[in-house]
Design a protein around this ligand. Structure first.
Ligand code: URA
Length: 223
């Protein structure tokens, strides 16, 4: 993205521009073996052919996930929107651009993290996922988690947070705490689509990211 647009996003979030000059030392995953790549490929092929729920009838294509296959950070959003459905990649619309900038603000590139969604298919008109759709897709996400083995999970937005944490608590109650999913720390952050609509929350989003960064550093120190 060109610099001017990037800086506008950062300014909208109330973030002082700060870009690291060296690679992030906490994101240096091990090399990926060929067997692991085969496993990823077969999982992705399975997802691409999935007809477990009705969304398979309305999608353009599945949106599997993208990024580093053994990333320290696993970023989980809600579901593909229109742009993601068209391009087959997660978080590529306006919310995606803001997510990219939010990550960059804490020194992470999209190539260093793995990004996916609770649902791999777009719900019509971007409605909230239905329980049966989440249940149908759940196994794919669990297998992605087992393959990535992240050090931290960032639950992006209410739907991802409530689904991962099996709660209906509001996002305001879930943020600012370290939760766990199968022993992996989970930190909840505001969804960038929400931030684009509600700029007063931008500083809270920044606090959430800083909190996540602190959490992974603390976890790393305790290992
Ligand atoms: N919103 C999400 O939650 N995920 C995407 O991939 C795009 C928008």
């Amino acid at each position: 993205m060109e610099n001017v647009r990037r800086l506008q996003y950062l300014e909208a979030m109330g973030i002082d521009v700060w870009l690291p000059t060296t690679a992030n030392p906490i994101a240096s995953p091990e090399p990926i073996t060929e067997t692991l790549i085969d496993t990823w490929a077969s999982l992705q092929a399975e997802v691409a052919q999935c007809t477990r729920c009705g969304l398979s009838a309305t999608r353009t294509q599945t949106v599997f996930g993208s990024g580093h296959l053994q990333a320290d950070w696993l970023i989980i959003g809600e579901a593909p929107g229109q742009h993601e459905d068209e391009q087959g990649q997660p978080f590529v619309g306006n919310a995606g651009l803001l997510l990219t900038e939010m990550l960059r603000a804490i020194g992470l590139s999209r190539e260093q993290v793995y990004i996916t969604n609770i649902l791999k298919c777009r719900p019509p008109n971007n409605r909230d996922p239905h329980a049966n759709e989440v249940a149908s897709c759940n196994g794919f996400l669990l297998r992605q988690m087992q393959l990535v083995q992240p050090k931290i999970i960032l639950a992006v937005g209410r739907v991802a947070a409530q689904t991962l944490l099996s709660t209906d608590a509001p996002l305001s109650k879930l943020r600012g705490k370290v939760h766990a999913f199968n022993h992996t720390p989970v930190v909840v952050v505001y969804h960038p689509a929400y931030l684009l609509r509600s700029l007063p929350e931008k500083r809270k989003a920044w606090q959430d990211l800083v909190f996540a960064l602190k959490t992974i550093k603390t976890t790393g120190e305790n290992e």
